[in-house]
Structures are given as structure tokens and as C-alpha cells.
Design a protein around this ligand. Sequence first.
Ligand SMILES: *Cc1c(COP(=O)(O)O)cnc(C)c1O
Length: 367
Amino acid sequence: MHKIFVTQPALPPIDEFSEYLKQIWESKILTNNGPFHQQFEKELAGYLGVKYISLFSNGTMALITALQALKIKGEVITTPFSFVATTHSLWWNNIKPVFVDIEPVHYNIDPKKIEAAITPHTTAIMPVHVYGNPCNVEAIQKIAEKYGLKVVYDAAHAFAVKINDKSLLNYGDLSVMSFHATKVFNTIEGGAIVCHDESTKRRIDYLKNFGFADELTIIAPGINAKMNEIQSAYGILQLKYVNSYISKRMEITDYYRKLLCNIPGINYVQDMSDITHNFAYFPIFIDSEVYGKTRDEVYETLKRHNIFGRRYFYPLISQLSAYSGIPSAKPGNLPVATRASEQVICLPIYPDLSMSDVSRVCKILQI
Ligand SMILES: *Cc1c(COP(=O)(O)O)cnc(C)c1O
């Protein structure tokens, strides 16, 4: 049986891409806010329904720069149930992460537990819209306003997600996206910051280009995190196809749910009301006492059948040696996240995954 991986990138048609490449070869403009970069920023902002976007070389550089742009320091409250880059971006800014537990329905940071973690050193909250399911943005906003904190969303999973038909990316001070090959929308590598006013966009754009405001003015020690023209052109093409990618993901999600709904001990996340989802991931949570097998046994069984799920997110970020010494990283402080990370497997999902492959995966889970 052929191998099925957790994801496989969707690529635009190569003949359309080669037309763009010819233009780039002719213009010899390869990077530094070239015409495709400008066009992609504009079209992407329009597609997503946001005001300002700054493109980046990848999501991690965008996270690091977002914190720089807002001059965030001291302590930042965040979730341990995410990809490592969320907390790494704090570490690279010399910021102390403070881990707060997640809620057990959508696995996002639990707003009810945030206030207890605030200290005089707290400057911001960095939540993650895990699996593309929105955080409780209203509750987080209220806390931020009450304590004068910034909110930087790691929205790496949340491409095109909407609340009541409005972009989720409009919440918080900044939202950071990733366009890595494994994400719903990819530019091979890539990322972006969404902000809400022109002067913030200008500062972000300077910071991602060494701090240059003009030939002679360097506003701060910036970094090099620019997206190039080839990836920008690829991104423009991807935008034409991303709706079809998302609707294929939705069909696959529906089929998984249908095939798995009667298996005791296998749980999955339901759609939320008023939300337009992107079906970025299909995580299942194995309750081993009910199901009769542990998560790792299921993971290994799938592997023996050439199906390669991923344990997103295990281990918790708080369990990595770099962070495990922090008081808030203790498993006793994070019971919901600890349990989720011990139960989760993300099953394969990508636009070209066939329905027969989905049923092949589910047959193994039915044993
Ligand atoms: C993918 C991802 C990132 C990092 O994005 P890159 O573009 O790979 O640097 C950050 N946070 C989360 C939650 C992610 O899933």
C-alpha cells in the first residue's frame, strides 16, 4: 500500500508559474518590494478582508518581528499547546514565556486562566488559533484592555478563517501567518503580519529590511526577513486556487467525521457556529480507557500500515528542556494541555487526498 503522509503541499499549475518566471527573468527584479511583492500584498489583503499586510520570508521571522515592532518585553502569556516557533519567538526577543493552560473543547488558551498569570512584568498575550479554530477573541480583548496588554495572535493555522463573515485576523494588535509548505496556503516558505494602521505597517516593513526607512535612515536594528519576487508570484497564483483547496479539505473532513463518529474513544473537534473554517488539520483525540489502545499504539499501528499521522502537539512546548524550568511550565499547571498532548494524532488531510485513502485510514482505526 502506498504511503500517506499527514500533509502534502498543493502547488499551482506549473505552466502558469513559468509565465511569471519569464517576467521575472526579463525584469531582473528578484526582491526588495518588487512589483509581484506589491501585487501579492494587495491581493492577499483583499482576499483575507484585512487592511494592512506585510509579507515575510517565513512565519517565525514574522513572529519575531511582530514582537520587535510593538517593543514587547518582560513576560508574555502564551499557550504550551502549539508549534515550537510560538515560544521560540519570545525566546529570541529575550522575553520570558508564561504558560497558561488551554480549554478542553478547542484546545486554545483558556481566557479564564489568563488573569491569574498576569504580573507587573506582563506586557502582552500571545495566543494561537490552534488548528484554525478561533480563540475566544472577545474575552482575550477584555483582559488586554483591563490590564493594558498587547495581543499578538499566532494565526499560522488560521488562513481565511472568519467570524460572522469578518476576518479573524482583524482581532488583536497583530496577527501573524505562516505560508510554509505544510499550511493551508503555501508560498513554499513564507509568512505575513496583519496590522490595522499604516504607521505600524511602515515600521514592520522597515524592520524586515534591516531597519531601512530610506537610503540613509535606519530606524532600528532590523533583520532581513523579506519575501522574494519568485515566491510572491507563486503566492499570487496560489490565491486563485486556495478556495478549491479549502473546499476539498472540507469534503475530506466531512468524510472523516462520518467514518469515525461511531467509534467509542475517538473524539474530534466540531465546527463552531458563526465561523468559516479552513479545515487546516484533522486532529483526533484517543481516550485510551474507552478505546482500548493508547495514542502511541494507534500512532504506531497507522505507521505499520504506511500511514504517517503527526502528534501535533506533543511534547508540549513547556516540556522542552529550554522552557521546562520555568515555574509555569510544570505539568500540574497545565493539566488540560498535558492530557491533549497525550491523546492527539493529526490524521492526513490535504486537497489531493483521495476519499479511498481516507477510508483506508479509518478502517485501521475501526479495528
Ligand atoms: C508553522 C507554524 C509556525 C511557523 O511558521 P514557519 O513559516 O514555518 O516559520 C508558527 N506557529 C505555528 C502555530 C505554526 O503552525
